[in-house]
Design a protein around this ligand. Structure first.
Ligand code: PA5
Length: 441
């Protein structure tokens, strides 16, 4: 189970203030559990770990086996925001840092930007490989994945005439959107993004599950980790770690003016956990002129870039450190006769011991520098623990946003750039906005 440690906040926080925010978090917890708060038509994610049928996993495995039979050694996963970050996070965390999988295809992501060079280079790669594609868009109308999909679709149709319906799988709404229409027309296999699950809460739907299965990882274990966490987080108690996390971050934000939260990991495998978490919290809470700005660093890497600011810059931040209790690999530092590098004092120690001491030393230094620290611990990086972490952060996000008085499940602000982009691209229907924008530039 995910554990939380608030000791690193104690030097900064009055007990009475914590009690006040814990009471608010308890109220928000009740709202989330009862399902009667703002955005309550988007609570489908709460029961995904227990409601996901075995047949859905079997369908994902059928795609995997079919593409294996086809000899596909490259799967392009197209999607943006919540339609890619969960899968990308899981794959980065679970894959070998350097070696390609011996049994699974290479998985690459596209449709999460509009860079022409990115798509041209993807085409270079596709030319060398046996290609299949998963295209993901809940709305089915998002521009970035739609542009990438048109490129990949045309490539597949040209390279493998008559095989597109076997090589392309779509994950989209059950009934609506251009991608749904196109899939029906072209005969693609489809998976459904449930109506009541928003993008950033969708990692345990086919949006995350299919790419994770294709990469060869165990989604049953991931769902089990999430289910066990969901059960544990039902506890209406001040010991509930999700409630504690929500209470403390709101206290730090509101009472101490800590407007930035930095998610920290000491393992580069969690670089995309930071990206997934940033979207979850940023898009859920950043509304109505409120919200904690979510940032992320990897240590010790970023102690040599952002460390200076965290230690001595404007005191606007607190940290949430995702602590991994056990490394799954062991590297011991050897003895060296000459000791020219003067490292013999570490001979016989595991590298993870150095990492742990760096982590502890940094915690103390940052606390001395005025940066409160929340600790969130998991046992190790595997599917089960990742499932725990996904569910923990989702559930805590719901509580936290309700404490802040925000609907965690909408994202009205995302539309603003789209309208301008459509107007500037002269999309039919945007003529008036085009005229207005052209006057401004
Ligand atoms: O969390 C969200 O809802 C968003 O980030 C969406 O996932 C993102 O905008 C992609 O939307 P869609 O899946 O409709 O293409």
């Amino acid at each position: 189970m995910v554990k939380i440690n608030l000791d690193g906040c104690k030097p900064f926080v009055k007990a009475a203030d914590y009690d006040k925010y814990a009471a608010k978090a308890l109220e928000a917890f009740d709202t989330l559990v009862a399902g009667n708060g703002a955005g309550n038509d988007f609570l489908g994610w709460k029961t995904l770990p227990t409601d996901t049928p075995e047949s859905l996993i079997a369908d994902c495995e059928a795609v995997r086996d079919d593409w294996k039979a086809l000899g596909a050694n490259l799967v392009v996963v197209i999607g943006i925001g919540g339609s890619y970050l969960g899968a990308k996070c899981a794959l980065e965390a679970l894959s070998h840092s350097f070696l390609p999988s011996k049994s699974a295809p290479q998985i690459v992501f596209a449709g999460n930007n509009l860079s022409e060079e990115y798509l041209a280079e993807l085409t270079d790669l596709m030319e060398l490989r046996n290609v299949a594609c998963v295209v993901i868009s809940k709305s089915g109308t998002t521009t970035e994945p739609a542009v990438a999909f048109r490129v990949v679709k045309q490539f597949i149709e040209q390279k493998y005439p008559g095989e597109a319906s076997r090589r392309i799988v779509a994950i989209t709404d059950a009934a609506r959107g251009a991608l749904k229409t196109l899939s029906t027309q072209e005969g693609y296999r489809t998976f459904v993004v449930p109506d009541d699950v928003g993008g950033r809460y969708s990692v345990l739907t086919p949006v995350g599950l299919l790419p994770i299965v294709l990469a060869g990882f165990d989604v049953r274990a991931m769902l089990k980790g999430a289910a066990d966490t969901a059960a544990a987080l039902q506890s209406r108690s001040l010991d509930n770690p999700a409630l504690q996390y929500a209470a403390m971050r709101n206290l730090l934000y509101t009472e101490l003016g800590k407007k930035v939260e930095i998610l920290v990991s000491y393992n580069p495998k969690f670089t995309y956990l930071g990206e997934w978490w940033k979207q979850l919290y940023g898009e859920s809470e950043g509304k109505e002129g409120k919200g904690i700005y979510p940032a992320a660093v990897i240590c010790t890497t970023d102690l040599h870039s952002m460390g200076q600011f965290i230690q001595e810059g404007d005191r606007v931040m607190f940290e949430t450190v995702v602590n991994i209790e056990n490394s799954r690999r062991c590297v011991v530092i050897g003895e060296d006769k000459e000791n020219l590098d003067q490292l013999n004092y570490l001979a016989g120690q595991r590298v993870e011991h150095c990492n742990a001491m760096a982590q502890l030393g940094t915690k103390l230094a940052h606390i001395d520098g005025g940066v409160p620290q929340i600790g969130v611990s998991i046992e190790k990086i595997d599917e089960y623990n990742l499932g725990e972490l996904f569910y923990f952060f989702e559930f805590a996000c719901g509580i936290s946003a309700y404490v802040l008085g925000i609907n965690p499940f909408n994202q009205p602000g995302v539309e603003a750039y789209k309208k301008n982009m459509f107007a500037l691209l002269r999309k039919p229907g945007y003529e008036k906005q085009t005229e207005e924008l052209l006057k401004r530039i």
